[in-house]
Design a protein around this ligand. Structure first.
Ligand code: GTP
Ligand code: MG
Length: 195
């Protein structure tokens, strides 16, 4: 995808009305700090258009990035952020649920999982839940630059087994540092998710 223009078009807080967009949407979910905003920046060829932070819980809104007036990349708030109250977490869960239910344009959910570690209970819950909402998420295994090349296959297998992925589910190793995986993600979006 050649990026001609990008625009953070809509930012939704807990009580905001969700937009009724007329272009395809691709959403990115995953625990706090896994690298959702960094991935979106990499896809947009920008360093810091989407705000990123070493402190988990940076993105606390649903952010809709308009790309070339052709599609939206949707940055979802991270789950499993310990410092947020239980009540807040539930509200966010409901908000994300509302989005998955109500979006007429959502074409795919990408679920980001840190390639280094066994998936957490939250990761498994999120995966099962997205599946139960009728989506078959594509897994992005993030921060692959933190592993040696020789470890990648083993870790991909660990994620596949740990999450009990539906057979055929794709896992794309990705690094926002080296941009490894970026072209593969765009290729998939362009050839399979847009019409
Ligand atoms: P929340 O908005 O809090 O849910 O986090 P997020 O998932 O948007 O994560 P974000 O992109 O803000 O990145 C969190 C931290 O991880 C930052 O310090 C990033 O620089 C770092 N990070 C993200 N992706 C990578 C990666 O591929 N490799 C490495 N080494 N660090 C990364
Ligand atoms: Mg973020």
């Amino acid at each position: 995808m050649i990026i001609k223009n990008i625009n953070l078009e809509t930012v939704c807080g807990i009580t905001s009305k969700l937009p009724e967009n007329d272009k395809p949407e691709i959403a990115f979910a995953g625990k706090s700090n896994v690298g959702k905003s960094s991935l979106i920046n990499a896809l947009m060829n920008r360093k810091s258009f989407a705000r990123i932070s070493a402190t988990p819980g940076k993105t606390q809104t649903i952010n809709f990035y308009n790309i070339n007036d052709a599609l939206y990349l949707v940055d979802l708030p991270g789950y499993g952020y310990a410092k947020v109250s239980q009540q807040e977490k539930e509200k966010w869960g409901k908000m994300i649920e509302r989005y998955l239910h109500s979006s007429k344009q959502l074409r795919a959910v990408f679920l980001l999982i840190d390639i280094r570690h066994e998936p957490s209970a939250n990761d498994k819950m999120m995966y099962d839940w997205v599946v139960s909402q009728g989506y078959n998420p594509i897994i992005i295994a993030t921060k692959q630059d933190k592993l040696k090349r020789s470890q990648i296959d083993k870790h991909v297998k660990m994620l596949r087994q740990g999450l009990k992925l539906v057979p055929g589910t794709r896992i794309i190793p990705f690094s926002s540092v080296t941009k490894q995986g970026r072209d593969e993600i765009w290729e998939l979006v362009e050839t399979e998710l847009l019409d």
